[in-house]
Ligand binder design. Structure first.
Ligand SMILES: [Zn+2]
Length: 401
């Protein structure tokens, strides 16, 4: 795809976008919807059929003459590999162009582990996956990576994510390309998870939306004008460190009263534990014999489902703070939709209801007040998004090259 001329490449990307969103379509339909002249469409679709990117899938309805041949995207002509390198785990996924997971592996990683042993693990797993599935290396578009943000990338491409296997100023892209012998693209976890929504999830068909990953940390990825907005140095989207309370608790970033000090996973668990300790004894029946100190977010959800008032209050308060953070963002960016992902999305309707109520009362514009706020469907949004990063680069209308 690299040797394509610019105009032709743009036309191909427009056709692929249309086919993904509205296919199968006839050549006439494609020409009408893209405003690309029919002879050009005929020529390009012939090439894409030869390349196996498109396939014929039957006949449409006749408008008088012969029934038109319908074309569809062949989502298994190329594949993508996504890798999530988190602080405590590494996940690797092979997907087709529609984001279907064909293979998935993960392992727990230790803080003390060296980055070279993690690269070695990724290399071994990748080789094993290719052998297992029988997919040719030439059919893999590349390998995308989602890392904890901010990447703190410098002009030479060296990155320094915080608390990242004791590494700073590491030429990770070069190291990975050297080890894997594939093109490698790296971005932060919130950005790649936003791309997973754009390509395979609830963001499909939307050109302006905000994705929030609410987990151990809180970050966001913005899709604006159909493109991932990265800010000047790739440091946009740090919603977790927006100030909620000027005089609040000290945050891991050094500031005070950041959103993360209220609505991140450890803080939500802490809040629940505090409520349990203060509550009448009957609340601990919802823990199923577990000690208060060992409670995790899953226990909060279990307790909620069994009728715990403390769990309900905890999720409502979390939704309140998350909603304030989101309202601030909506007032500035005015997206068409907000998608909540990360572990906190499992806080289901209670959390979502609280978030929506705050947005209703705090967002200014009458249409912005009604903005859809939805929960992501992806349990593995980051690794899937890492695969989407590669697909976006190859076929996205506004891809980063
Ligand atoms: Zn902070």
């Amino acid at each position: 795809m690299k040797a394509l001329q610019f105009g032709r490449e743009l036309n191909i990307k427009r056709i692929i976008k249309l086919m993904r969103e509205e296919g199968p379509l006839s050549r006439v339909d494609i020409s009408e919807r893209t405003n690309i002249p029919q002879p050009t469409i005929t020529r390009i679709t012939e090439e894409l059929l030869k390349e196996n990117l498109l396939k014929e899938v039957g006949y449409g309805t006749s408008t008088g003459g012969r029934r038109p041949v319908l074309l569809a995207l062949n989502h298994t002509c190329y594949y993508s590999v996504g890798v999530e390198i988190g602080r405590t785990k590494v996940k690797i996924a092979l997907t087709d162009l529609n984001g279907n997971l064909l293979s998935f592996r993960k392992k727990v990683s230790e803080k003390s582990e060296s980055i070279s042993s993690i690269i070695e693990y990724i290399k071994d797993v990748l080789e094993a996956i290719l052998e297992e599935t029988g997919i040719e290396r030439s059919c893999i578009l590349g390998v995308g990576f989602g890392l904890p943000g901010p990447l703190n990338e410098n002009a030479e491409g060296l990155i320094s994510p915080p608390n990242f296997y004791n590494e700073t100023s590491i030429p990770l892209k070069a190291l990975l390309e050297d080890a894997l012998q594939f093109e490698v693209i790296i971005d932060n976890d919130a950005n790649v998870a936003a791309l997973a929504e754009k390509w395979f999830g609830k963001g499909m068909g939307y050109d302006h939306f905000a994705y929030v990953i609410a987990d151990v940390g809180i970050g966001s990825g913005l899709i604006l004008n159909g493109e991932l907005y990265r800010g000047r140095y790739g440091e946009s989207g740090e919603i977790g460190h927006s100030t909620i309370n000027l005089f609040g608790e000290r945050c891991s970033c050094g500031n005070y009263g950041c959103l993360e000090t209220y609505a991140s996973l450890p803080k939500v668990e802490e809040n629940f534990k505090r409520k349990l300790k203060l509550s009448p004894r009957n609340e601990s029946v919802y823990l199923g014999g577990k000690l208060i100190e060992e409670v995790t977010f899953d226990d909060i959800i279990n307790a909620l489902e069994n009728g715990s008032e403390a769990a309900k209050q905890t999720l409502e308060e979390t939704g309140l703070y998350l909603g304030v953070g989101l309202s601030n963002m909506i007032n500035v960016v005015a997206p068409d939709m907000v998608i909540i992902g990360g572990k906190l999305r499992e806080g289901n309707d209670v959390l979502l209801h609280a978030v929506k109520a705050v947005i209703q009362s705090r967002v200014l514009g009458p249409s912005a007040k009604k903005i859809p706020v939805v929960l992501s469907e992806f349990r593995e949004g980051v690794v899937l998004g890492a695969a989407a990063l590669v697909i976006n680069s190859a076929f996205g209308l506004f891809s980063r090259s």
